[in-house]
Design a protein. Structure first.
Length: 535
């Protein structure tokens, strides 16, 4: 779509002609890249990135308009409307080049940054007096406003939700800082939470013993130390963590699935049922099981893993009945499609199974937890095929120890398994046997960012490839980006359980909504489902 501008490396040559070249400082040299005709730039945040719009007669005039503004790095020009718009930012991460809605004669240009443009950074100001890319700050040449130095180039500062390592990477003029979850975001919201909680704590415990006061204030300080933590919204069960069996209550919820309509399906473990919840209402409806433990076709006994397919059929791991049940949409009873109904270690039996996923061909992938294996059941099969683990608990790369849940990345033929008592996430390449990679944890149980402690839930972002993990005994949700050696806490506080909106207590399963703006968590020992906003 893009091609380099063909004149020369200096805009001034193209715009003013060779006779004027000597009057242009070498510090204003640039390289531009153009799209094909028929496109325009669509920023992710127009208010933050838009600089100005002018009417000009030619694309060269638009190039000159952008080049003369030190903050401009992107522009588009409509040859029919003579509209020239200029923007700051990174064209790859801060917007999209889209088909123009106005004209087939619209074109997008971007200034291509070169390390040579920034070689004088840190030098005395005399080195950058006529530079487009550097400015004089405190007697030395530094990056222009809204940019940060990445070691070779002054890159555009990042916007809300972008990954960061240091606060200099974020747009400070918009009050963004690098939160501990390693994303750019506004810090004042979390400070407000901290001070509100601290004041409430002081008032609540003013008449209690000094020890209670100190402990509670220390808890408040955890809030301050974890500014990345957002309040969760309760979308299922009681917000205060109370268990119950009414339609607006849950009792140790586990399995979690969202359908394409955004409806939430929850395995209500101790209530022996599957509940369907609609956003905005805490009152659910029973769609599988009766609420009474049993082994008939209409009953469940401690359901765990849950999967809802595109036809809204429901696959339920009926844990204490040692089977998997399929409930067709609107059916009042289920059909046993895996397991014999009795405990066992053979290929036709299951032993306290956990998570389940179903591929596009209808094959089942089941975490057979107490058998330390994952089994694949073909449609209408009477026995499963071993595809992960050996059936014996162990910590080698080929072994599993209490695999709880799993996630299937069918497009890449990867199966991610929460290897609970090995405190790691294993990725199996289904195209090649014995090809296993530890992609998170694996450093023993612990609270460190490189560790996990009994991970139960695992979910993969289709957009970024990041892994979301319910790190159950650490009472937190961790996100590991591809290739990372440590995770970042995005919900809960490490090693601190509780039932307020900020805390979790043994989170079990995780899921994302369709556009990946919301994270859903079954907060097991708090008997609720929490929703967290992703930025």
């Amino acid at each position: 779509m893009f091609s380099r501008y063909l004149c020369v490396l200096i805009f001034a040559w193209c715009i003013l002609g060779p006779m004027h070249l000597q009057s242009i400082s070498i510090g204003w040299e640039s390289l531009v890249t153009f799209s094909s005709y028929g496109f325009e730039f669509s920023p992710i945040d127009e208010q933050a990135l838009f600089i100005l719009e002018n009417n000009v007669n030619s694309i060269m005039s638009c190039v000159q308009t952008c080049h003369s503004n030190a903050q401009c790095r992107i522009f588009d020009f409509d040859d029919q409307l003579h509209r020239c718009r200029i923007f700051e930012g990174n064209i790859t991460t801060m917007g999209s080049v889209v088909t123009s809605s106005l004209s087939v004669r619209s074109i997008v240009g971007t200034i291509e940054l070169q390390p040579d443009n920034f070689v004088n950074r840190g030098q005395p100001c005399s080195y950058c007096q006529e530079s487009r890319y550097l400015t004089c700050i405190n007697a030395t040449c530094q990056c222009q406003s809204h940019t940060f130095f990445d070691g070779s180039i002054c890159q555009s500062q990042k916007l809300l939700g972008a990954e960061c390592i240091d606060s200099t990477e974020c747009r400070y003029d918009l009050n963004y800082t690098c939160l501990p979850r390693q994303q750019c975001g506004r810090e004042y919201y979390y400070l407000l939470l901290f001070f509100t909680h601290l004041i409430s704590t002081i008032l609540s415990f003013i008449f209690l013993q000094t020890t209670d006061m100190i402990n509670s204030i220390l808890t408040s300080l955890f809030y301050f130390a974890a500014l990345s933590i957002q309040n969760g919204n309760t979308v299922g069960g009681y917000a205060n963590g109370t268990a119950g069996n009414a339609l607006n209550a849950l009792n140790f919820p586990g399995g979690l699935s969202l359908d394409y309509n955004g409806l939430i399906y929850v395995s209500d473990f101790n209530n022996n049922r599957v509940i369907k919840l609609q956003e905005g209402s805490l009152v659910g409806s029973i769609i599988a099981g009766t609420g009474v433990s049993g082994s008939s076709a209409s009953q469940l006994s401690s359901p765990a893993g849950l999967y809802v397919d595109a036809s809204l059929n429901i696959y339920v791991v009926d844990t204490f009945n040692f089977r998997v049940m399929l409930w067709h949409m609107n059916s009042s009873s289920g059909i046993r499609i895996a397991g014999s109904g009795s405990y066992g270690t053979s290929s036709s039996t299951l032993s306290y199974a956990g998570g389940i996923v179903v591929d596009s061909l209808g094959n089942l992938y089941i975490c057979d937890a107490y058998n330390h294996r994952v089994m694949k059941w073909l449609p209408n099969a009477t026995s499963g095929i071993l595809i992960a683990g050996t059936g014996v608990a162990g910590s080698s790369s080929q072994q599993l120890n209490m695999p709880y849940t799993l996630y299937l990345d069918e497009s890449n033929s990867y199966l991610y398994i929460a290897d609970g008592l090995n405190h790691r996430i294993q990725r199996y390449d289904l195209r090649y046997s014995m090809n296993v990679t530890t992609v998170a944890g694996g450093n023993g149980p612990g609270t460190g960012s490189h560790q996990l402690n009994t991970p139960i839930g695992v979910y993969l972002s289709k957009k970024t490839g990041a892994i979301y993990i319910a790190d159950s005994n650490n009472h937190r949700i961790q996100r590991w980006i591809p290739g990372a050696t440590h995770g970042v806490t995005i919900a809960g506080i490490s090693a601190l359980s509780g039932n307020n909106a900020t805390l979790l207590n043994q989170p079990r399963y995780v899921s994302l909504n369709l556009n990946e703006t919301q994270l859903y968590v079954t907060d097991g020992s708090n008997n609720r489902v929490q929703r967290f906003q992703l930025i």
